[in-house]
Design a protein around this ligand. Sequence first.
Ligand SMILES: Cc1ncc(COP(=O)(O)O)c(C=O)c1O
Length: 634
Amino acid sequence: MPDHVFQSYGVHRWGAGMFARLPNGDMGLVNPARPDAPAASLPVLLHALDARGIHTPVLVRVGAFLKRQLEALNTSFARAIEANGYQAPYRGVFPIKVNQQAEVIDRIVEYGRPYQFGLEAGSKPELILALSRDLPKGALLICNGIKDAEFIRLGILARKAGINCVLVIESPGEADTVIAEAKRLGEKPALGVRIKLTRRVSGNWADSSGDRSTFGLTTKEVVDLVEKLRAEDMLDCLVLQHSHLGSQVPQMMDIRQAVDEACRFYTELRRLGVPLTYLDLGGGLGIDYTGEARATDNSMNYTMEEYCANVVETVKYQMDEAEVPHPTLVTESGRAIVAYSSMLLSDILEASYFDRSAPTTPEADDHHMLSDMAAIVDYLSPRRLQECLNDAEYYREELRALFRRGVIGIEEVARAEQIFLYVVGRIKDVVAQTPDVPQEVLEELSAHRDIYRANFSLFQSLPDVWAIDQLVPIAPLQRLNETPTRRAVLSDITCDSDGKIDQFVLGDGVGNALPIHQLNAGERYFIGIFLVGAYQETLGDLHNLFGDTNIVTVDFNEDGVLEIQHEVEGDTVSEVMAYVEYEPKQCLDAFKRIVERGVQSGTLNPSQRRMLMETYRHALGGYTYYEHEEHTNG
Ligand SMILES: Cc1ncc(COP(=O)(O)O)c(C=O)c1O
């Protein structure tokens, strides 16, 4: 069976070999340790979860995918270091903000142990979390972000407990607090300095780079800091230079040039006598969300191996030129490690087909424009496609205006809508058989897409898709050996017109409609939204009070079988009510009093009252998402 359906979703381009089509058409997860073994079916997993009472939407994390990415990053750096004769190691850290969930952080610490992989904390809560995770000896704990005295104290004293904590000075004022705290404690901290690079990188996060970046010290401030530390006899504390390159940087050239500039600062600081030994390049290593391998916001024109090789090569060259010992290389790659490992799986609840209806005949006293619209099919031909489409749209608009002004009634406008659908359906038929259809016709027709409603909240689960037009791959999880006949936009279940996805990663680029199958009655239809492990889990909000989804962690066991290893139930209605300051028990009591009034006035009988209260109480403890009646949550 050819893979053209599977490939039409671009899985072979963005999936990095982690997903495969099973012979029955299911989407499967490939075991990175046994890539030739049959993949594990995602629909089978969803049915197994369902049987355990864990319903869609569910966020599935795959331990093996996390491990694979973490190993790939470390081994790529090790290979580049070896190949270039670089004289210092790589010691990466994971920026906690990219995915703070305990299951994720604990696995990163575990999988990173052989590589002395550390963590980056961008706030006091993240530091407190990081300090509790037994990091391997030698691993770094980099402290970024604005730090108060307590944060700094923790960072200084943690070193006494053997934790390799480095406090990165983010502003001139922070240096004073660090110096004061160090003196008060009589201890020398390990310090870093965040330097603002002047090079701006391209991409969605361009503003976090270059002069306009809000973080880091300017060149003058760096020089002042060096003198201040020297005067305080603390220059020996300054061991790390932090120069964050950006996030999701699509161009290799940008990375090279930014690394070049970072190296110039490093070698100059060494010349001033600063005993730097670590060069931290921050984030920036991208994910090819579209699989296009292009320098666009959601893609990248390089691979992880190329990134590592270029970084090592550039730093080596610059250091050798300046005769400076090679620094230990640090990066804070977040998305490159976690994006692949999480996917949001959901099901389609219903579809509104923008279909050609059966031919509808206007009634005798209908407005003449209904017959005019119906007559379009008489002159429809390949050469008059645009004209026919214009006419159909014109008549529909005019008839809608007549309805608004009270000239025609609801049945008449309903007939007009049917005729319109029929005419557009006929136009689509001609388009399908016509080469070189004008682009405008295709664009206009593509606006007439089906709407598939999926059980999730864009605002809760895919905030970057909503806020910054991030693209993430989406594909059905079954029937991948059956050509999809529909083209749809996806709508979520929030009652917000922004709660939709209308840009899709496809096998031949980005399109405005998702190829999807016609739903079969009585059959569940699952979809997967992939590469969502970075940033999405905690940025989400409670729009419409849709809470956290169910989460499961799965992994391949020693026999290569996919196991459910950990589950976290999503928020209940009571929980989300409590987040917005309602006390569920008080709501229940208040509702009881209101219902009782209904019984007193005779509008509600006692057994209806009981059913109403039971339903309310049950819903309070249930899932915030659409629940299929035969299996309610909790
Ligand atoms: C200081 C710092 N380090 C690391 C990262 C992680 O970047 P990425 O997820 O692109 O690797 C960020 C994100 O912007 C950041 O601000």
